[in-house]
Write a protein that binds this ligand. Structure first.
Ligand code: HEC
Length: 88
């Protein structure tokens, strides 16, 4: 585990309420730890690289996919945090 990840996880624990509010909705489809294939369709996000997660979430904002509305609610900082915590 690298240093950046440790820091982000500490911030995550301190700030869990705030983080949870934008991540809660994701769990309905992707599972608690992003371990499921959302709607039997997506890749398993927890097996993806951090960079891939970030790239995909930014791409979804301009797509016509199911993820468009969810990704559009996230800012760059939130996308970065999701990638760091759940990606490899
Ligand atoms: C209604 C179910 C649903 C919800 C809620 C949802 N997703 Fe998704 N997600 C999908 C589907 C389906 C895909 C596959 C791409 C597509 O068709 O939109 C996907 C793809 C992804 C991917 C890329 C995986 C791939 O296959 O490339 C990431 C990362 C992701 N979602 C993160 C999130 C995050 C973060 C949230 C919450 C902000 C979220 N999702 C909420 C259904 C959902």
């Amino acid at each position: 585990m690298n240093f950046e990840k440790i820091i982000i996880i500490i911030l995550f624990i301190l700030n869990v309420g705030l983080f949870a509010s934008y991540i809660t909705v994701c769990k309905n489809c992707h599972g608690k730890n992003f371990e499921k294939r959302a709607l039997g369709k997506s890749r398993i996000v927890k097996n993806m690289k951090k960079e891939d997660i970030i790239k995909r979430l930014k791409y979804f904002k301009t797509s016509n996919l199911i993820m468009k509305s969810y990704a559009s609610r996230l800012n760059d900082k939130q996308i970065e945090t999701i990638g760091t915590i759940f990606g490899k």
